[in-house]
Design a protein around this ligand. Structure first.
Ligand code: HEC
Length: 278
């Protein structure tokens, strides 16, 4: 399951470019020192390939290990392609699951399987979606890293055939264009035009197919600047914060709807994550 040499080229080039741009453009001493710090960490990261592999390996272990009150592994979890099928599953998510009568993204489905198969309480299963250093590792994040890595190279193929899938997409579309909060921001404010930037960061145009494809297929990502693997859910949460919106609830329909919107718009592109980012 280690993908040391596969698919890293573009990510590495992008990171190198971002750092080069940061160096040229850094306006203050502070920015320069953090750019330098970024480069040091980036170099460190490159020496052994993508550190995301540590999360992938831990996730594979968690998937196979009997856990929870029922002492069961997750190997019978149906991620949409049948019980236990991991390969390619992420490229078709989110999707409608008849057993739950709900459209689910990967995280919501994992919580469901932890509850149904392992006997974990719903609250326990969802209590730590984002890790923070070695003191607070997140099992969900590690599982997501492993499962997404098993879709590397698979073309995104999200379906809207079920009415609830079509509805979820529509809701995601609405949320994407909805403006509100103290600055009247919507996702579209920062991600609705080409060549926009905030400080030193490029803002992808997510209203275009290429923009959505490039963004969606490169998460989760190991973030060199944070020394952490970050999931797509984390990305959405952080953008809600940037948008000055209330915190996005983990596993909420709003988060699934936005994921559905961007995942479907990425259809046709080969999935290429966990990636490595600035
Ligand atoms: C105030 C500006 C702002 C708003 C509003 C905003 N974002 Fe972002 N978004 C950013 C910035 C800045 C980045 C890039 C951060 C970086 O490169 O470190 C980003 C990155 C992203 C990415 C990852 C792109 C990539 O290629 O890695 C996605 C996906 C995304 N945003 C989705 C959204 C969604 C969905 C919304 C609405 C809920 C939203 N954003 C609202 C500023 C914003």
């Amino acid at each position: 399951m280690m993908h040391i040499d596969r698919g890293l080229g573009a990510g590495r080039r992008a990171a190198a470019l971002a750092i080069a741009v940061a160096l040229v453009a850094a306006p203050t001493a502070l920015a320069q020192s953090s750019a330098a710090e970024g480069i040091a960490k980036y170099r460190e990261a490159l020496q052994d390939g993508n550190p995301a592999e540590l999360w992938e390996a831990r996730g594979e272990g968690l998937w196979k290990e009997p856990r929870g009150p029922a002492k069961a592994s997750l190997e019978q979890c149906d991620l949409g392609l049948g019980a236990g099928v991991v390969k390619g599953a992420y490229a078709q998510l989110p999707k409608y699951f008849a057993d739950a009568d709900r459209v689910m993204d990967l995280e919501t489905r994992l919580v469901w399987c932890m509850v149904k198969l392992q006997g974990t309480s719903d609250a326990d299963a969802r209590k730590n979606p984002f890790g923070n250093g070695t003191d607070r590792k997140s099992n969900i994040e590690a599982l997501v890293a492993y499962i997404t890595s098993e879709s590397r190279g698979v073309k995104m193929n999200v379906s809207l055939a079920h009415p609830k899938e079509a509805q979820m997409y529509k809701v995601g579309d609405k949320i994407f264009y909805f403006r509100g909060g103290p600055h009247d921001f919507g996702c579209v404010t920062c991600h609705g035009a080409d060549n926009q930037r905030i400080r030193l960061q490029d803002l992808p145009n997510l209203t275009k197919v290429e923009g959505a494809q490039k963004a969606y297929t490169t998460w989760p990502a190991y973030r060199v600047s944070q020394g952490e693997l970050r999931t797509f859910q984390w990305r959405l949460n952080d953008c809600f914060r940037q948008q000055r919106f209330p915190e996005l609830e983990f596993g909420s329909d709003a988060s699934i709807a936005l994921t559905m919107f961007l995942a479907k718009n990425a259809n046709g592109a080969a999935f290429d994550a966990p990636a490595i980012k600035r």
